[in-house]
Ligand binder design. Structure first.
Ligand code: SF4
Ligand code: SF4
Length: 299
């Protein structure tokens, strides 16, 4: 029981990540199933596409469609849209028609992460996090260090973000979406894995043998987008320097250790936007020197 409590945020993250994938599988499977029962269910399928969900929201049919679509664009109960902000921006600058639903989903997602959760998408939703966390775990177990001579600046991901938007505008297509490993893994799990598995395997090998948290920390423009969105968000990690024994366990486990530059020095909140709010630092701290707090909270 103590071990479970000690890893409570890790367990919560895995439950949310796997739960979201499960709901997508269930939702998309339900739509396909219903398509196969054209006559009797035709009207219900029509309702899904017309976004006219009728009857109790907790009916069996609606529950199996809690989440449909994919991480680029999905709908909760066939009604509430959720859009990937970076994919929406690429579509917009590419000159594509961005439907009202897509903008509404954009605002809901930007509102949630921007006001409250910061970059938590990376720790609680993105399936690539399962891959990069596994690579980090193996790195620690095997005692692997970064490959000598490899020095990729963490700011590169913001450059990739800008480049993807410029290329989208020039070629009139959402440029990053054609190689997006997050969508590839997500669609692979929900609809069946194709060549996208190669990109995911590359990320795993890169993170394992070349650079800790290499892809997410240095390259991924989606993580960069959520970092920017969450710059002023409420949810923070707070450090209490008077409790800190400078064991540096938090720095060892943190996927973005540069955000913990105050450890052992100052009692302040993590200000840097790269923090995933994953809570690993809180879990490994034996001295009660780290905790979740809200922006500006004094205690
Ligand atoms: S940085 Fe990119 S790949 Fe990594 S967890 Fe965030 S969105 Fe996913
Ligand atoms: S500071 Fe803590 S919550 Fe933020 S990324 Fe590092 S381990 Fe996760």
């Amino acid at each position: 029981m103590r071990a479970l409590w000690k890893n409570k945020f890790l367990i919560l993250r895995r439950l949310v990540q796997v739960g979201i994938l499960g709901l997508f599988i269930l939702g998309n499977y339900a739509v396909l199933e219903l398509r196969n029962h054209q006559e009797e269910k035709k009207q219900w399928v029509q309702n899904i596409y017309n976004q006219e969900v009728k009857g109790s929201i907790l009916s069996k049919e609606n529950l199996s469609s809690v989440l449909s679509g994919d991480l680029s664009f999905s709908k909760v109960f066939g009604v509430i849209p959720l859009s990937d902000p970076f994919a929406t921006l690429q579509l917009f600058v590419a000159g594509g028609v961005v439907a009202v639903d897509l903008w509404l989903g954009f605002l809901i997602v930007v509102g949630f992460y921007g006001i409250f959760a910061g970059r938590a998408y990376c720790a609680y939703v993105c399936p690539i996090n399962l891959v990069s966390d596994f690579a980090s775990l193996l790195r620690r177990k095997l005692g692997l260090n970064a490959l000598k001579g490899v020095n990729i600046p963490r700011g590169l991901k913001y450059g990739v973000l800008v480049l993807a938007l410029i290329l989208s505008a020039i070629f009139a297509i959402p440029a990053f979406e054609s190689i997006n490993p997050v969508s590839a893994l997500h669609r692979g799990v929900v609809f069946g894995m194709g060549f996208g598995i190669l990109g995911v395997a590359l990320i795993f090998l890169f993170d394992l043998f070349v650079l800790k948290n290499g892809f997410c920390g240095h390259i991924c423009p989606i993580g960069a987008t959520f970092s920017l969105i969450g710059k002023f968000s409420l949810l923070r990690i707070k450090h209490n320097a008077s409790n800190c024994t400078k064991c540096m366990e938090c720095i060892k486990i943190c996927p973005e250790p540069q955000v913990l530059d105050m450890i052992g020095k100052e009692s302040v909140q993590v200000k840097q936007m790269a923090c995933l709010r994953c809570g690993r630092c809180v879990e490994v701290c034996q001295d009660d020197a780290l905790k979740f707090s809200l922006l500006g909270e004094k205690k």
